[in-house]
Design a protein around this ligand. Structure first.
Ligand SMILES: O=C(O)CCC(=O)C(=O)O
Ligand SMILES: [Fe+2]
Length: 384
């Protein structure tokens, strides 16, 4: 593998982050000074190690997903569930078992007024988590905590919905390998299967993997890694490590999310090629799409439509953005110029949805897209 390293940035404005990293899709490590004030960095850590007793006190009764890093399961690892306190106990007593608590929705647990962290302003333009905050009935979000000992790891993957991720180390150290896009042919075998572990694979199946160009990051305590949309990556904890991460999406990667939706429905159609194309087919395909990729066309439209409505009402109401649901976004993202850009990206995505032959197979969807597009175009029409 041809490994490159990337820069660390201790001081970087939001505008520079957007211009040089978010928009072009380039990874970066943001310095630990930016997370210095987080409660989690003090409260969850003692002498640079996890403060097991405190974490157990805060979140111990939560039932958490646990990956068994020594046991592959399809292209992931076997997973079980257990109370967090039990996991913390096993981690300390049997580190060789390589148990790794992943995707723990920790913000749903813990004392109600306890604020462990606040996302950096650079990554505050987070439509995915705002969408779930505005739809509490869906009882979901993409805010996670990962906890695991030395050697625990995450196999080679791309993130859900092709979202971005940011990941902040609370304590410990991670080694990341990030793969710039356009190299899928080097890590995909003849059956379409992608490699599970970049450091232990069958040469006969992946004869060209050695040609891969990749970026290695050593992420230390407090540092935040930005993973651009669609980049494949593999991660290993090289000491006892706790991290907080979000999957997120916004105006800059919305087209990537849509194109993933389209590719995924095409894959579903291919998988269902022997099923008759009768009146049931479209809804069966959407159910399969939802279970394979976590989203379907209605979900995607609800996501886009929720954000569009929030922007439109923030623009039209007399209250300031600071009092609206967009108040958690840094002011860079709520400037009139950025809002206009966000709305034009949504409008463009609605056009793609209207041109997509799948949309018309879903009851009432085209009418809803048309109505939203009319509201949006009315809002962004240049003033005379
Ligand atoms: O920290 C890990 O083990 C994996 C993190 C990851 O894949 C991500 O943040 O996207
Ligand atoms: Fe990831």
């Amino acid at each position: 593998m041809d490994i490159d390293r990337i820069e660390r940035r201790d001081h970087i404005s939001v505008a520079e982050f957007v211009r040089n990293f978010l928009q072009p899709g380039i990874p970066v490590v943001l310095g630990s000074a930016l997370t210095e004030h987080w409660q989690a960095r003090h409260d969850w850590v003692v002498d640079g190690k996890p403060n097991f007793a405190r974490i157990c006190e805060l979140y111990g009764s939560a039932i958490v997903p646990v990956a068994h890093c020594n046991t592959p399961y399809f292209n992931d690892q076997k997973r079980t569930e257990m109370p967090l306190c039990k996991f913390l106990d096993l981690w300390q007593r049997s580190p060789e078992e390589q148990l790794y608590c992943k995707d723990f929705h920790f913000t749903k647990h813990g004392p109600p007024d306890y604020i462990a962290y606040t996302p950096l302003p650079h990554v505050s333009d987070d439509w995915l988590n705002l969408f779930y905050d505005l739809h509490p009935e869906l009882e979901d979000n993409y805010r996670f905590c990962y906890l695991g000992g030395n050697g625990t790891w995450t196999p080679f993957h791309q993130d859900v919905y092709r979202s971005y991720s940011w990941s902040a180390n609370i304590c410990g150290e991670k080694k990341w390998v990030l793969v710039p896009p356009g190299q899928d042919h080097l890590f995909t075998d003849g059956t379409g299967q992608t490699v599970y572990n970049l450091f232990d694979y069958d040469d006969a199946k992946f004869p060209r993997l050695g040609e891969l160009k990749a970026i290695e990051i050593v992420q230390r305590a407090g540092e935040v890694v930005f993973v651009p949309s669609g980049w494949w990556h593999q991660v290993r904890n090289t000491s006892d490590t706790i991290s907080i991460n979000h999957n997120w999406a916004n105006e800059y990667n919305l087209p990537v999310l849509y194109s993933h939706l389209r590719h995924s429905i095409e894959a579903v159609h291919h998988a269902l090629r022997d099923i008759p194309r009768d009146e049931e087919f479209a809804s069966i395909a959407q159910v399969v799409l939802r279970s394979d990729s976590g989203m379907d066309y209605r979900w995607f439209f609800a996501f886009v439509s929720t954000l569009a409505s929030e922007y439109i009402s923030a623009l039209h109401s007399n209250q300031s953005i600071r009092e609206s649901s967009l108040s958690t976004f840094d002011s860079y993202f709520t400037s009139p110029q950025t809002i206009r850009f966000a709305l034009s990206r949504i409008s463009m995505t609605l056009d793609l949805l209207l041109q997509d032959d799948v949309s018309s197979t879903i009851d009432g969807l085209v009418e809803q897209i048309d109505a939203l597009k009319a509201r949006l175009d009315e809002t962004i029409r240049p003033e005379k």
